[in-house]
Write a protein that binds this ligand. Structure first.
Ligand SMILES: C[C@](O)(C(=O)O)[C@H](CC(=O)O)C(=O)O
Length: 309
């Protein structure tokens, strides 16, 4: 693909291109500008905006359906535009209301440059998929959400990737969960996401159900949960299309910051902090590029002034 063609690709197009390689796409969970910058600096090809992370970092609340559409769209737009070449998959939870709310969420995700999103079948007062006590809506309500997303994508002539998530494994069992995902695909979802898989047998049945159908499967690897654990290498062997690591930044932030603060509270400075100069982290956040741009504009202004005098 030429540079021109590559530049012309939409965020959804970039994500589709990555999925078409057939390799498992490893997506670290980011939730703010800083975590996104770190993931980009390390070189990930695709990022995931975790709703749990946005809920905790942005409003200081747990992942129990408190974060709003406005907060999610605003954060997603900021992250997606740090490096528009790297596609962002965003959590869209339940779509934040009825089918019309779903449509508005999708419309806004398209506008701000999100490449793909997942939409689930929990009730609107949802909770993290790895907590007990989940409740799911009926199949027709779930499919209305997916349908609203698909129609919005068509209306906007967008290629945003729609990921159908079901939490019904915990509430209704594996057969119903797979049935829901298959129906979501019929309505127009591109990727399926069976949430909170806890056994090898469930994972195998899930992968078998979609193998050879052209529909990519997503696996949500919530470190520290009761979810079944697989490595990225095993994910390749299972033929999984996407692997999310929602807690990949959250947990190190939690443990690292807490430990540094505990020390500071005792009057001891964290020795690692001394090894990082402010400039180093500003650089992670694009300092050099911004200064280069500034320099370019200043040079132009100087030349302009000289010519016009
Ligand atoms: C994927 C998820 O929706 C998220 O918000 O990142 C969560 C992850 C979590 O709460 O740790 C989930 O429901 O699995």
């Amino acid at each position: 693909m030429s540079r021109q063609q590559e530049l012309a690709l939409s965020p959804g197009g970039r994500l589709r291109q990555l999925l078409a390689t057939g390799k498992t796409l490893i997506c670290p969970g980011v939730y703010d500008g800083f975590s996104a910058r770190m993931a980009l600096t390390v070189g990930f090809e695709c990022l995931y905006m975790t709703g749990a992370g946005v809920s905790m970092s942005r409003i200081g609340m747990p992942d129990i359906g408190l974060v709003t559409q406005t907060e999610m769209v605003d954060t997603a737009g900021m992250i997606a535009n740090i490096d528009p070449k790297t596609p962002l998959i965003a959590d869209a939870d339940t779509g934040y209301g009825t089918a019309v709310n779903v449509a508005r969420t999708v419309e806004r995700y398209i506008t701000v440059g999100v490449a793909g999103f997942h939409l689930e079948d929990q009730v609107v007062t949802k909770r993290c998929g790895h907590l007990n006590g989940k409740e799911c809506v009926g199949l027709s309500e779930y499919l209305s959400r997916i349908k609203a997303a698909v129609e919005t994508r068509e209306r906007r002539k967008s290629d945003i990737v729609i990921i159908a998530r079901t939490d019904s494994l915990a509430t209704h069992g594996l057969d119903e969960a797979l049935y829901r995902l298959k129906e979501a695909v019929k309505v127009g979802a591109d990727v399926v996401f069976l949430e909170a898989i806890t056994t090898k047998a469930q994972l195998e049945t899930y992968c078998d159900a979609f193998r050879g159908t052209g529909v990519a499967t997503l696996y949500n690897r919530v470190q520290g949960s009761h979810g079944y654990k697989i490595t990225p290498k095993e994910a390749e062997q299972y033929g999984l299309g996407i692997m999310l690591y929602p807690a990949s930044c959250l947990v190190p932030a939690y443990t690292g910051i807490t430990s540094a603060l505990q020390k500071l509270r005792m009057g001891v400075e964290e020795e690692r902090s001394e090894r990082v100069a402010p400039l180093e982290i500003f650089r992670v956040c694009g300092m050099d590029e911004i200064q280069e741009r500034e320099q370019g504009v200043n040079d132009w202004a100087r030349a302009f002034k000289k010519d016009s005098e």
